[in-house]
Design a protein around this ligand. Structure first.
Ligand code: HEM
Length: 338
């Protein structure tokens, strides 16, 4: 356990219950797809360029020297298949060719998993477990999403408020949004969070969901992404920034529902060149990838309760879907082709 963490006595038993709950849900629905973020809006090639002249307390791990890592980026909806419905959206980055021993295995990858919300609607594993159990109970009773939220707001008023504030229709294209890690990680001997934003993004809109877009297609996230990466378009460039914890009380590690307020420092640029990505081979490759915040150098170790739960949840979800599909688990190398 790192010096930043302070788990409750029941931490491990709650985490075990979350993982069992998640895996049972997958078994009862479709064990061939991810337990969360099943819908892929695109699996893209990108380049992650670490900036020059970073301060010594930032130039650690993958940020240690200015260099460019080839990357895969998977864009997803957290729950649903209809992009017009309110949802969370994921942007997962997998850097390849990363030297150094990793926390979990010997692979040459470093993953960063981000959501289009600046904080997570349940801050602790205890709240997450109770919320999930009650929500699934209401789903089984056939309640609509609106009825579920109404019923949940009795026991979880703050969680429901945060949920409603942060879900929204898919950004169009999904690369035109801000994404946050929500949960913290180490950067050497400090705690940080990450944020990714398109260059030139209007900072007045910071953290607020964009206005909902009324569109005809339930797949408009992918369709707008295809158009934005057409051969005659400009590369999409996003800034990857870190935010250091400055105050342990107002910027807690054990409660991911609190948005940190420290300013962000730009540390890298993610460039997505025009490309054709919407083939069934590349989609299948993207579905077969395993992103996990614990695919990490020790310098970037994920911390806090939700991350301790994720350490097991992602492995079990990935193992189950790969075993059901008969596809071996793998980590991609820079020259691998879908
Ligand atoms: C705290 C902030 C969180 C963020 C930023 C986040 C982000 C993401 C993203 C972007 C993905 C899709 C990865 C991909 O494209 O393959 C994902 C998948 C997933 N998430 Fe989270 N997540 C968070 C919290 C959680 C929590 C608390 C749990 C449950 C313990 C969880 C369970 C999962 C699972 C099971 C998957 C699918 C893994 C797989 O089969 O490969 N996530 N998450």
């Amino acid at each position: 356990m790192t010096r930043f963490e302070n788990p409750p006595a029941s931490d491990q038993s709650i985490i075990d219950a979350i993982v069992d709950f998640q895996i049972n849900l997958m078994k009862q629905s479709d064990p061939t797809v991810r337990g969360q973020h099943p819908k892929i809006n695109g699996c893209l090639r990108g380049e992650f360029r670490v900036l020059d002249n970073l301060e010594p307390d930032i130039a650690l791990g993958v940020f240690a020297e200015p260099r460019t890592y080839p990357a895969w980026i998977r864009l997803s909806n957290a729950f649903g298949t209809d992009d017009r419905q309110p949802d969370f959206h994921g942007l997962a980055i997998k850097l390849m060719g990363v030297p150094g021993e990793k926390i979990g295995n010997e692979q040459q990858t470093q993953d960063f998993l981000l959501l289009d919300a600046p904080y997570f609607f349940t801050g602790t594993v205890e709240a997450l477990l109770k919320f999930m159990q009650q929500k699934v109970g209401l789903m089984v009773q056939g309640k609509t999403p609106q009825e579920q939220l109404q019923a949940l707001s009795v026991d979880f008023p703050n969680e429901v408020e945060r949920f409603v504030k942060t879900v929204r229709p898919a950004p169009a294209p999904p690369t035109a949004s801000r994404y946050w890690s929500c949960a913290p990680s180490l950067l050497g001997d400090q705690a940080v969070k990450y944020m990714l934003e398109p260059q030139g993004f209007d900072s007045d809109a910071s953290g607020k969901p964009e206005t909902s877009v009324e569109r005809d297609s339930q797949n408009y996230a992918r369709e707008t992404l295809v158009a934005s990466l057409a051969s005659d378009s400009k590369p999409t460039v996003l800034n990857f920034s870190i935010q250091k914890q400055e105050n342990q009380d107002s910027e807690p590690v054990e409660d991911a529902s609190v948005e940190w307020k420290t300013p962000f420092t730009r540390v890298a640029e993610l460039t997505i060149a025009p490309q054709k990505f919407d083939t069934s081979e590349q989609d299948q490759f993207g579905q077969n990838l395993s992103f996990n915040p614990w695919h990490s150098l020790p310098e970037h170790q994920p911390i806090g309760g939700l991350n301790r739960a994720r350490k097991i949840a992602y492995v079990k979800s990935s193992e189950l879907r790969h075993a059901t599909d008969g596809v071996p688990l793998f980590e991609p190398r820079p020259n691998d082709k879908p």
